[in-house]
Design a protein around this ligand. Structure first.
Ligand code: NAD
Length: 338
């Protein structure tokens, strides 16, 4: 009998599924994210590990998990699982659950976009209309960086509301052509120059880490709006704070920051507290914090785990033979780190 270790909050039905359908011992640590704090005798026999994004794994952790063969993160991001951890476990299958979170992040992004257009998070109610009139979708250019699941879903949803919306998409790794009102660009300069609202939907990799810094903000319109629901470190948060300070018309909506939460005294928090009307709107990483996304991601990760145990006679690295386990971590994607 092997151990299945589940770290962090997990849906009760998804746990029940594991308990009822597996012959293995399940250990659920709902308030623990750190592998090093678990008992060695449990880690030694752990064959499957189910985690969320607060559990960070690097090569040191692989030594603590000598029997690990299956790992699944109930998340869409995967930057918390380092390549050095995976290479130290050449026979382990690594999977994640991106589809479970697409809708919830899309809906939050739409909320930010409409808030930018109509200004309802900017001012407290005074009974008076603002001096300027608001904008509609068709009057703005929405930039999308990263045209994967969430990027595409945001575009799809906005098109359904107004087919006249103009999009500018930057994702050098997808092969699509421009169509009416959807311009695909291979130059990030175009995306930065022309977007009125720029929404980020990229993974955190070496290439996207601090992609947005002083040098990039300079390309953006002074009145542009940056939306980040991807990962905090895609944006250099100190440079963003400086830019917001310098350009009072520039706005940002951040669901993710670097670090999380922002410590007292962080320049972004100072701007958040000071600016009126609000230039900066912050949410505490709630992109996938809906009941449905939580349920779907836990169920999906648990089902993948059960599927692994039922089919482990397959040679693990040949994940293409195990469709129920897909998508496996996109470590071989062209945009991933070496
Ligand atoms: P996805 O893998 O489906 O799409 C990512 C896209 O980014 C891909 O099309 C890829 O080609 C593109 N890309 C990669 N590197 C790029 C680069 N340097 N420049 C431009 N494009 C690049 O992922 P997804 O499901 O759409 O999720 C996107 C990200 O959103 C996740 O990696 C995760 O970090 C984040 N996320 C956040 C929350 C939250 O709670 N806020 C929830 C889910 C996902």
């Amino acid at each position: 009998m092997a151990n299945i270790v589940v770290l962090g909050p997990w849906d009760a039905q998804a746990l029940l599924l594991l308990e009822q359908q597996s012959e293995h011992q399940i250990y659920h640590y709902k308030e623990t994210y750190e592998i090093k704090s678990l008992p060695v005798n449990i880690l030694n026999k752990t064959e499957a590990l189910l985690i969320r994004s607060k559990t960070h794994l690097n090569s040191e952790h692989s030594k603590l998990l000598p029997e690990l063969k299956f790992i699944c993160s109930a998340t869409a991001g995967f930057n918390h699982i380092s390549n050095s951890f995976l290479s130290a476990l050449p026979f382990a299958i690594a999977s994640y659950c991106p589809d479970a979170q697409t809708q919830s992040v899309t809906e939050l992004t739409l909320g930010f976009i409409f808030s930018q257009l109509r200004g309802f998070t900017e001012n407290p109610y005074t009974g008076k209309r603002p001096a300027h009139r608001d904008l509609e979708l068709s009057e703005t250019t929405i930039g999308i960086m990263g045209f994967g699941r969430i990027g595409q879903s945001v575009v799809h949803a906005l098109k359904a509301i107004s087919h006249k919306t103009h999009f500018l998409i930057y994702d050098p790794y997808v092969n699509i052509e421009s169509s009416e009102n959807v311009r695909i660009t291979s130059r990030w300069e175009d995306m930065l120059n022309d977007a009125d609202i720029l929404s980020l939907h990229v993974p955190l990799t070496q290439k996207t880490h601090h992609f947005f810094d002083d040098s990039k903000f300079e390309y953006m319109k002074p009145s542009a709006c940056l939306i980040n629901t991807s990962r905090g470190a895609v944006v250099n948060n100190h440079d963003l704070a400086k830019h917001l300070d310098k350009k009072p018309e520039f706005k940002a909506f951040l669901d993710v920051t670097d670090p999380e939460p922002l410590p007292n005294g962080h320049p972004l928090l100072k701007i958040y507290k000071k600016s009126n009307p609000k230039q900066l709107f912050l949410t505490p990483h709630i992109g996938a914090y809906t009941q449905k996304a939580f349920y779907d991601s836990c169920i999906s990760a648990s089902q993948k785990c059960l599927f692994y145990f039922k089919n482990k006679k397959f040679e693990p690295k040949k994940n293409k033979d195990l469709p129920e386990l897909s998508p496996t971590l996109p470590c071989r994607a062209p945009w991933c780190d070496d």
